[in-house]
Write a protein that binds this ligand. Structure first.
Ligand SMILES: Cc1cc2nc3c(=O)[nH]c(=O)nc-3n(C[C@H](O)[C@H](O)[C@H](O)COP(=O)(O)OP(=O)(O)OC[C@H]3O[C@@H](n4cnc5c(N)ncnc54)[C@H](O)[C@@H]3O)c2cc1C
Length: 431
């Protein structure tokens, strides 16, 4: 890698986990040259579950083969035993995979695509400047167009960080059991426990905010996770509380995955966020290079994206401690079935903002929602069409007809109108 000239396409990435591989893959496809910095330590081998809804992100990043290479295994449903209720099976498919094998497979793929990996005992601090970053690599100072922190909860380049609570998981492994492949989460006094199976191994985690001796609670855990008598080997301890970098983006430095925002594993969203944040981060870096006029919007877009994910997650976690049911995955939409008004018109407020469009962040108009979020498309439907169609009060029936010409089905048109009414994009002129 030539770092004295043409540094505009060089990107430094700290870490060699899944986020590092994902962002490198995306940057390679945009013509960047990623340099991944590894400290060469092995990761703890634990099984994790990836909901089917996150698989499109693997596709978007061309990383689906890594799931196969790592021995990903399809499992139907997920059991939850919460608040002393009977256990229920959450429907849906999950891929169970060993986290470290998945990261290794993804890193092997990016190396094959042309990324460079440099190993050393420590990774040097990042010097962040307005238009570039600088870093010592193998004793030589090098310049990069951006520095991406993908060091997970270490958040090496993204300090200071904040934490919501201080919960620790003790992680155990045991032999696989074909009849216990499905994941299970169970609430315990002062914490919770989970198991996730693969044919040859099973991971058991016990989470609590204080140090619990496993020996004291093993019978309770066996019972709540429906485990037969079997030997559990302690693999290690991992922090599990929600954690985030105070600045997910600063000049030419971005944090991705857990370094930006580490979810509590109870949400089962860590890998999804790792991938979605890398897609967004790569789009931001590409915008800085290819569309400088949108540079500040791109930075703002990333900051707001991470912050909105954090607020949503913390609110879900708080509702758990307030004895709400476990969040569904993906969240279920609640649209009322109340009869539609007969006359409606557009009342949405718009704002200029950065939005992800075809791999770049573009400054564009979007509609402000009551919760502070901004939205432009619902699926493939451009919501500003509603403004065009409903500047003056009109009958709902005629709007449905017009939407059907878009083309939307009758059900989609009804859903869209209800969605807009619930979010103050449309209002009713009915008394
Ligand atoms: C107990 C537990 C269970 C979980 N279960 C699930 C689950 O079932 N489903 C799910 O979707 N998510 C789960 N998660 C979350 C998921 O593991 C993470 O969100 C995901 O691994 C984040 O990937 P990452 O690449 O950002 O970070 P990591 O996977 O942590 O990778 C970080 C990389 O940075 C390197 N690194 C770290 N520190 C330094 C340093 N100081 N210097 C240099 N390099 C460093 C590491 O070696 C590694 O290469 C779980 C998390 C925990 C704690």
């Amino acid at each position: 890698m030539n770092n004295t000239s043409n540094w505009e396409n060089n990107i430094a990435i700290a870490g060699v986990g899944l986020s590092a591989a994902a962002v490198a893959m995306r940057l390679l496809s945009c013509g960047f040259r990623p340099l991944l910095l590894s400290r060469g330590l092995p990761q703890v081998k634990t099984v994790e579950a990836i909901p089917e809804s996150a698989l499109r992100l693997f596709d978007a990043l061309d990383l689906t083969p890594a799931l196969q290479m790592a021995g990903g295994f399809w499992v139907e449903g997920f059991e939850t035993a919460w608040q002393g209720n009977e256990s229920v099976i959450r429907p849906g498919k999950y891929i169970h995979v060993e986290r470290s094998l998945l990261a290794q497979a993804a890193i092997a793929m990016v190396i094959q695509q042309g990324a460079t990996v440099v190993s050393s005992n420590t990774i040097a601090p990042l010097v962040v400047e307005k238009e570039s970053v600088r870093l010592m690599v193998n004793g030589v100072e090098q310049r990069f167009a951006a520095g991406i922190d993908a060091t997970g909860r270490s958040a090496l380049w993204s300090r200071p960080i904040k934490r919501d609570q201080r919960e620790i998981a003790q992680i155990f492994s045991t032999s696989g059991n074909e009849s216990l492949l499905r994941g299970r989460i169970a609430q315990l006094r002062g914490g919770w426990a989970y198991r996730l199976g693969l044919p040859h191994t099973m991971t058991v985690g016990v989470v609590s905010s204080h140090h619990t001796s496993y020996e004291q609670v093993q019978d309770l855990i066996r019972e709540s996770l429906c485990l037969p008598p079997m030997q559990l080997h302690l693999l290690g301890r991992r922090p599990v509380s929600p954690q985030w970098a105070e600045e997910s983006i600063q000049d030419r430095r971005l944090a991705v995955g857990d370094a930006a925002l580490a979810y509590s594993p109870i949400a089962g969203q860590g890998i999804r966020f790792a991938l979605s944040s890398t897609l967004a981060a790569a789009a931001v870096v590409r915008t800085w290079r290819d569309s400088p006029a949108d540079r500040d919007y791109a930075t703002q877009y990333y900051r707001e994206l991470v912050s909105a994910e954090r607020l949503r997650h913390i609110s879900n976690i708080n509702s758990l401690s307030g004895n709400q049911p476990l969040p569904t995955n993906p969240p279920q939409l609640s649209i009322s079935n109340a009869p539609l008004p007969s006359i409606i018109y557009y009342i949405g407020q718009t704002k200029m903002t950065g939005l992800y469009i075809n791999g770049l962040i573009k400054c564009t108009e979007a509609i402000a929602l009551p919760d502070g979020n901004l939205v432009r498309w619902l699926g493939n439907f451009d919501l500003l069409i509603m403004r065009e169609f409903c500047t003056k009060p009109r009958t709902t029936a005629s709007l449905i007809e017009e939407l059907r010409g878009q083309p939307l089905s009758q059900t989609e048109a009804l859903y869209l109108i209800r969605w807009c009414l619930e979010r103050n994009i449309l209002s009713t002129a009915d008394l």
